[in-house]
Design a protein around this ligand. Structure first.
Ligand code: BES
Ligand code: ZN
Length: 414
């Protein structure tokens, strides 16, 4: 990534200095394809190659100077980086083709009577009891464990140390469960770092998959200083821990009708690497993924405790509607909407491959944790584990409700 995630220091150091010092994939002056917020691009007077009016996302080819201007405007608007560099040279067809199809299907589906049945959530005692078992203090110890590695960087010296340790922990957890569980270490072509997957086999419809995931890697994008520690407590030991805690509870539940899969992705911070490979393999094998929940940053309640944002880009409208009902039945958070303006996390990989995704986030973008991607992303006075616990509750409810339901939305074949 050649844009800055940690916003705070952009105002201090000259933009040109940043460009020349950052570990950028693109050379200064080099024109590169990016994905960004259409309004942001318009505001700085750059014409996109193409844009998608429904999601408000624009595809443009810009040089480093223009990228700086976009980032500066994003900061003016109280946002971070502002764009996604399409390092793999992804075509507009790739980034938008899927989006348009998803939107058409969303609209058609939400008009159909089937939608009401799908989005409805009937309160269930078993799910309520499971949700009540989520422990904020378990989360605290897991986030402090994961953030104690010097880094979890995919290009670091030991990109798989923490992956191996989590693998051992997951095996141990699964051994105490009577459910049919398989744990896989997933190799990647684009990075030596590995992803992890826990598969809980469904009873009657094992081919239907309810997926949940978050990235396990971390990054330090600081410009100065020898300290390249990347504790990544919020980004994303928090979401990773939410999934471990949800798994602990799910392993003690009756076998679900559908299969449940939980992912800890590799190399998200270097461009969604792990999830991009996984989602495209799933698509090429035509795997039937009913819905995907992404958890990335859940620890910093920037809009207030229990106020969470539901990201509206690279997610499916009907799944967000379902989520609102799931939340009323089992979680009780206040949901507000926001958008990244680019594929800011692994949900975008699934969405691009035609799978319905959902991304609840710690706050609105404007009030998100400003310490991410630095050595300062540690547990501190702002960390709120009760807030974070909401996201494990969402995961437990999502897996148990969707995992035992017949409801499904159209899943496009690309
Ligand atoms: N946790 C962030 C994503 C994020 C940031 C979500 C702000 C919502 C709001 C993630 O780990 C990240 O840093 N993503 C990259 C993009 C990716 C394509 C490298 C980013 O936003 O710079
Ligand atoms: Zn990040």
């Amino acid at each position: 990534m050649d844009h800055l995630r940690n916003c705070a220091r952009l105002t201090i150091v000259a933009l040109t200095l940043f460009t020349s010092l950052s570990a950028t994939a693109a050379r200064p002056g080099q024109r590169m394809p990016i994905l960004t917020d259409a309004r942001l691009l318009h505001a700085v007077g750059i014409t996109p190659v193409t844009q998608d009016y429904v999601s408000g996302t624009a595809y443009a080819i810009v040089d480093s100077r223009q990228r700086e201007i976009i980032t500066a405007k994003a900061h003016e608007w109280g946002r971070c980086g502002g764009y996604e560099l399409l390092v793999n040279g992804d075509s507009p067809n790739y980034v938008f083709g899927g989006l348009q199809m998803m939107q058409m299907q969303n609209t058609a589906f939400m008009r159909s009577p089937r939608f009401l049945a799908f989005a409805q959530v009937d309160e269930n005692e078993l799910i309520k009891r499971a949700v009540s078992q989520v422990s904020a203090s378990n989360l605290k110890s897991m986030v402090s464990w994961l953030s104690s590695y010097p880094d979890r960087y995919n290009r670091g010296e030991t990109p798989n140390k923490h992956v191996q340790d989590l693998y051992e922990k997951l095996k141990e957890m699964a051994s105490g469960s009577s459910l049919p569980v398989q744990i896989d270490v997933i190799d990647h072509k684009s990075t030596p770092q590995k992803s992890l997957r826990v598969h809980i086999q469904g009873k009657s419809r094992p081919n239907e998959i309810v997926a949940m995931g978050g990235h396990l890697d971390s990054i330090n994008q600081s410009w100065f200083g020898a300290n390249k520690k990347a504790p990544g407590a919020d980004d994303n030991a928090s979401g990773s821990s939410n999934l471990i805690e949800a798994l602990r509870i799910l392993l003690q539940q009756p076998q679900p009708e559908r299969s449940i899969e939980i992912f800890w992705y590799a190399g998200e911070e270097s461009g969604l690497l792990g999830s991009a490979e996984i989602a495209s393999v799933y698509r090429s094998q035509n795997r039937d993924v009913v819905g995907v929940l992404q958890l990335d940053m859940t620890l910093h309640p920037g809009e207030g405790e229990f106020v969470i944002a539901s990201m509206t880009d690279f997610t499916s409208a009907w799944l967000r509607e379902y989520f609102a009902n799931l939340n009323s039945a089992y979680v009780g958070a206040k949901i507000v909407e926001d958008r990244c303006g680019y594929g800011c996390s692994d949900h975008a990989s699934w969405h691009r491959n035609g799978y319905p995704a959902l991304m609840p986030f710690e706050s609105k973008m404007r009030s998100m944790n400003n310490n991410i991607h630095t050595e300062k992303d540690v547990i501190n006075a702002d960390s709120n584990f009760a807030h974070s616990a909401m996201f494990s509750k969402i995961a437990v409810a999502f897996a148990m409700d969707l995992g035992n339901s017949n409801a499904r939305a159209p899943s496009p074949r690309r």
